[in-house]
Design a protein around this ligand. Sequence first.
Ligand code: 5GP
Ligand code: ZN
Length: 114
Amino acid sequence: MNTDCLFCKIIAGKLPSEQVYSDEKVVVFKDINPKAPIHLLIVPRTHIISLNELDDDDLTVHMMQLLPKLAKDQGLNGGFRTVINTGPAGGQIVFHFHIHLLGGGNLGGAGFAM
Ligand code: 5GP
Ligand code: ZN
């Protein structure tokens, strides 16, 4: 745990969150400022700064394969969007790696806006 990290504090239960799923590798909670009717953050329990520092094959596969399951659980049968912001120029604000899962309503094509 990184004591200065917001998401580490949420994972440790020191800050509140609306958690929807957790297992030995990840915690999933609702984004505090949702950009779509459903907006979840899939966050590894380990403090990994960004996608640049992700070097864990098991965790990578686990997170990728979890996404469609979470989407299904949320009733996103028509599809969903995933976003990974990496680094300041990539729009990353919280420097603990996470995947955004967005859906509900029609997110539209091209899809660069979150
Ligand atoms: P980033 O730009 O780093 O990919 O996204 C960080 C996300 O974390 C943003 O969508 C923001 O709304 C969300 N966020 C920031 N602080 C909190 C918080 O305290 N709780 C929750 N649940 N989400 C947060
Ligand atoms: Zn952290």
